[in-house]
Design a protein around this ligand. Structure first.
Ligand SMILES: N[C@@H](Cc1ccc(O)cc1)C(=O)O
Length: 510
């Protein structure tokens, strides 16, 4: 881990990037030690206690949950209620969130509780922070949240682990939480009445995923811009499709930025010719700034949705200790994240489709302006045996189709559940999971296009004239994947490129 300052959780606004850095273990998490902050958090828990003493009845503390809120819990059993909450929600299924995703989810919950409106003790925040600090990560099954009563079931796994139960990943091993806590000298928490609900009744699973998805999509937009530049050179495309004046006449800022980046890659600085006699290229080249730009222009809006959610008290009921109010509402509803993820996944799938069309031009001698079929680099009398990138294109077609298929909006599949208490739900967690999957597939497509684009550039013999940016990309790809002079299985090359993409190893644009 590099020594950057830790990310401080103190209730002040966090942005997406630190959450992504924390998830990748590039930065550490630290809970503010400021006594005023700790006192402010503790006041919430104290107010819940006071209410219990003075009024005897608080929703979710002395009552059943959700539709069961009319069931009163006898005073001597109130202490057991939080244990029941995470226990009966222990019914998640599917694959577990990966380590990166789990860190982002925990960080998102900590950010929300640090707002100070959840009626929990500072001690609870310390316990969550210590999971991040020791990298003790709950095994959280991905399926079972409708994303509106909060991510109740996924977050029950966080609650259970804080209480010393269920299982964690620790140092790449799956182990019983109690055993790892004993080894690290961490005491299991005994929850106070509102605490399990406060951990579970929010949008942290989808919000953590949304932070990661945003970060990956932003990088993919840059990568597909660079790939477009490679394709333009390799296909001898018309560089003036990206002319500055042209783009000033339809001035979507993100789209203009994509065109400017392609111009810089292609080293186009002069004016367009008076009346270009070049043909107009197919749309997957000519309209690339319009496709990538639609995503780029959505990013500021998506950022606002995700960061507002991240820095919010997404819980219920909210405990306003200073104003002495218990505020009942529906802030566990992940409608904004659902909208953001349903939107982002469509934009990302469009990038996959764009790159798939660019590849279709590159490999096909009918369109590729004289390059060999399937970009085969084989020469001599063995050449007829070699099939170049034929299977890679088939793979890209499959990955793209799968990405496009997943773009069906999740939020419109709202359905009434929990005895009709939750009769409208966000499905934001499903949207976020689909978005992550679409990103995985689109990154695979991008890895293939990097290999194909570099192959085409070298076959064209233009590698040296390609300009410094494209040359740098060529060099970086060549560290992962050598020129294909004869058939070989490209899986290892693809996996290496993918890893570089996932790690955002290449700095693409200033
Ligand atoms: N999200 C519900 C609480 C709830 C908790 C657990 C459940 O199983 C159901 C509902 C609310 O705050 O109103």
């Amino acid at each position: 881990m590099t020594e950057q300052p830790p990310i401080i959780f103190d209730g002040s606004p966090l942005t997406i990037e630190p959450i992504a850095e924390l998830a990748r273990r590039r930065r550490r998490a630290a809970l503010s030690g400021n006594p005023d902050f700790a006192a402010r958090i503790d006041r919430g828990a104290a107010f819940v206690e006071q209410l219990l003493r003075e009024e005897g009845c608080v929703y979710g503390v002395t009552t059943g949950y959700g539709d069961s809120c009319t069931v009163a819990i006898p005073a001597d059993r109130v202490g057991q209620l939080p244990i029941h909450l995470y226990t009966f929600h222990g019914c998640g299924l599917g694959d577990h969130f990966d380590l990166e995703q789990t860190r982002a989810i925990i960080a998102a919950r900590l950010a929300s509780l640090a707002q100070g409106y959840s009626g929990v003790r500072f001690k609870l925040l310390q316990q969550i922070a210590s999971l991040l600090q020791h990298d003790v990560l709950p095994l959280i099954p991905q399926e079972g949240s409708v994303g509106a009563s909060g991510d109740l079931t996924p977050l029950s796994y966080l609650a259970a682990v804080l209480a010393g139960e269920r299982e964690v990943w620790y140092r790449e091993q799956r182990r019983a939480t109690a055993e790892v806590f004993a080894e690290l000298g961490i005491d299991s928490l005994r929850f106070q009445p509102k605490e399990a609900l406060a951990i579970m009744n929010g949008t942290a699973a989808m919000t953590g995923l949304a932070c990661l998805a945003f970060d990956r999509a932003r990088y993919l937009a840059e990568l597909s811009t660079r790939i477009t530049s490679l394709a333009v050179v390799a296909l001898q495309g018309n560089a003036y499709h990206f002319d500055a004046k042209l783009f000033s006449l339809k001035p979507h800022p993100g789209q203009m930025q994509v065109a400017a980046r392609i111009r810089a890659d292609l080293q186009i600085s002069g004016e367009a010719p008076r009346n270009d006699n070049r043909l107009q290229d197919r749309y997957s080249l000519r309209c690339a700034p319009h496709v990538i730009g639609a995503l780029a222009d959505a990013l500021p809006w998506l950022r606002q949705l995700i960061e507002t959610e991240l820095n919010s008290a997404n819980d219920n009921p909210l405990i306003d200790a200073d104003g002495e109010h218990v505020l009942h509402g529906g802030h566990f509803y992940g409608g904004h994240i659902a909208m953001a993820m349903d939107t982002l996944k469509t934009a990302v799938a469009n990038l996959a489709d764009l790159m798939d069309r660019q590849l279709a031009q590159l490999v096909d001698p009918k369109f590729n302006h004289g390059l060999p079929a399937n970009l085969s680099g084989a020469q001599g009398d063995q050449a007829p045996l070699h099939h170049g990138l034929k299977a890679l294109q088939i793979g890209v077609s499959a990955w793209t189709a799968e990405a496009l298929k997943l773009t069906m909006p999740a939020s419109v599949f709202s359905r009434s559940t929990e005895c009709h208490n939750q009769d409208k739900v966000s499905m934001g967690t499903i949207a976020a999971r689909d978005c992550i999957r679409i990103l995985e597939l689109a990154e695979q497509v991008a890895a293939a296009l990097l290999i194909a684009g570099c192959q085409a550039l070298e076959l064209r013999g233009d590698a040296v004239r390609a300009g410094p940016a494209l040359h740098a990309t060529l060099k970086q790809v060549r560290e992962q994947s050598a020129f294909l002079s004869g058939d070989r299985g490209l899986e290892p090359d693809l996996r290496r490129c993918l890893e570089s993409i996932r790690q955002q190893r290449w700095q693409l644009y200033p």
